[in-house]
Design a protein around this ligand. Structure first.
Ligand code: HEM
Length: 464
């Protein structure tokens, strides 16, 4: 078990490992002169607190741990706003990102077209490499491919912007990676809240950060320009927000969503690569589909269990930050807890999901630390007396501040996985450590052995 040292302040998951190392679900840290911090991994408490967040509840999202993100993306967005302003933004975002918009044949078709276009040339290159290999297999780290694809889907499908694939890959993706690296550094080191992006460049590294930022802003401009043309999901967005609020939200939707969606897909592949039975079942699930559509998505029940299990075991956002606005008492079946006003709360969902007491053999039939999609089989859950309330893994959050991009991300991941599983068999061995920054990612950069499947991949319908 990791120790709490200065070195692991750059790897927050290790700090949380140290916090929970004695097996307790609650840790209250009250150092004189500092605001109190409550670390908790009890599912009922996490559920109650997320439900009582915003909407006049006793808790609000705590912006302290993510202040570096706020300094970069601005504060006029769905992630940072509170009270009536947050409600207005949330209501506006529900139309474009809710199921009615995402669950249309057009959106699935757009996802399919974009994935096919972005990956096809690459897949052909990979296929050539595989064919040339005497073993019929090659090894490849897929993380860069996944990030490129996720950015492409956000820019083309969500925002309907016309940015060539090679510009996204060679110009904008490296700039966003630079901005995300800077956000982490700024959160850790910029305790005086200096406006680093606006100060004259003092070092070559500082100049590089400013160049990355300017390039990122250029992409934001291009994405916003698509609004006038009525492409992507823009027509659903009827709110009359200020230009700064639109910019700020687009920054969150580009950089934050890129991080989270890449993490989600990366972990699913990493987990499937190490589980031949699950991989085979997932393949059989998608090989029965004749097309990719909202209806076919409903049929792929095992793939859904794979997606839930992967997000449980390896959630992208590994804790949810909250602050108690006033003294609050939270009741659960095990008793009640009174939390002092001003307490910072770390809802440690990664650790809750891996805790044997909450997700282990006696609760779900399988060890908590293992990737077993069958855990989500409705009959298995019923056998263990679990209701939908017990099955929350908080991978997309819960309550009023639940993720607005959930439906889009699930549809996107389904189409990506179906296309990938049809084309490739893949495997990997050994444990993979989790890196943690803004989100978690497999430390091995999704290194897989790839082989081609004999049957044809989905061929998308012609563009409309
Ligand atoms: C698999 C991908 C994703 C994961 C795992 C994820 C995860 C989360 C989680 C856990 C939260 C709740 C945070 C909290 O309670 O403090 C959240 C909130 C949020 N997410 Fe996502 N997210 C994903 C994709 C996206 C996408 C694609 C978008 C935008 C298009 C997005 C935009 C947001 C926004 C704006 C919020 C704040 C909502 C509010 O406060 O009302 N996310 N996300």
């Amino acid at each position: 078990m990791a120790r709490l040292t200065l070195a692991n302040f750059r790897t927050p998951l290790k700090i949380l490992d140290a916090v929970f190392r004695d097996g307790e679900d609650l840790k209250f840290l009250d150092v004189p002169g500092f605001p109190p911090i409550l670390f908790l991994r009890d599912p009922e408490l996490i559920r109650e607190i997320t439900v009582e967040t915003s909407n006049n509840g006793d808790f609000e999202r705590d912006t302290l741990p993510t202040q570096g993100i706020g300094r970069v993306v601005g504060s006029q967005n769905l992630l940072y706003l509170q009270g009536a302003d947050w409600k207005e933004h949330k209501a506006a975002a529900v139309r474009p990102l809710g199921t009615r918009a995402v669950q249309t044949v057009e959106v699935f078709h757009d996802l399919e077209q974009t994935i096919y276009r972005v990956t096809d040339a690459r897949l052909e290159q990979i296929a050539d490499l595989v064919r040339a290999s005497p073993t019929g297999a090659i090894e490849r780290s897929l993380e860069p491919d996944i990030q490129e694809l996720m950015l492409n889907l956000l820019v083309h499908v969500l925002f309907g912007a016309d940015v060539p694939d090679d510009e996204l890959r060679d110009r904008y993706l490296p700039a966003i990676r630079g901005v995300i690296r800077y956000i982490l550094l700024d959160t850790l080191l910029n305790q005086f809240h200096l406006p680093v992006l606006r100060l004259p460049a003092l070092t070559p590294g500082h100049a590089r950060i400013q160049r990355d930022w300017a390039t990122f802003e250029e992409l934001v401009d291009r994405v916003i320009a698509a609004r006038d043309d009525g492409h992507g999901f823009w027509p659903y967005l009827t709110i009359n927000a200020s230009p700064e609020a639109i910019r700020s939200n687009v920054r969150v939707f580009l950089a934050g969503a890129l991080e989270a969606t890449s993490s989600y897909l990366s972990w699913i592949l990493v987990n499937l690569a190490r589980n031949p039975t699950a991989r085979q079942r997932a393949y059989e699930d998608v090989s029965q589909l004749t097309c990719l559509s909202p209806q076919s998505r409903q049929q792929a029940t095992y793939l859904h269990q794979v997606m839930s299990e992967s997000l449980r075991l390896n959630n992208s956002l590994y804790f949810l930050p909250r602050i108690a606005l006033r003294e609050a008492t939270v009741a659960t079946s095990r008793g009640s807890l009174t939390i002092p006003a001003g307490t910072h709360l770390v809802l440690a969902t990664w650790h809750m999901n891996r805790c044997e007491d909450h997700w282990g053999t006696s609760a779900t039939g399988y060890p908590a630390s293992e990737f077993i999609p069958e855990r989500w089989n409705p009959e298995n859950l019923a056998r263990h007396g679990r209701s939908s309330k017990d099955n929350l893994h908080f991978g997309f959050g819960h309550g009023p501040r639940v993720c607005i991009g959930k439906h889009f991300s699930e549809a996107e991941a389904f189409v990506c996985l179906a296309m990938f599983l049809r084309r490739f068999d893949f495997e990997a061995t050994g444990d993979v450590a989790a890196d943690s920054g803004i989100s978690t990612r497999p430390a091995d950069q999704v290194r897989l052995t790839l082989r081609l499947r004999p049957d044809p991949a989905f061929t998308p319908r012609p563009a409309t």
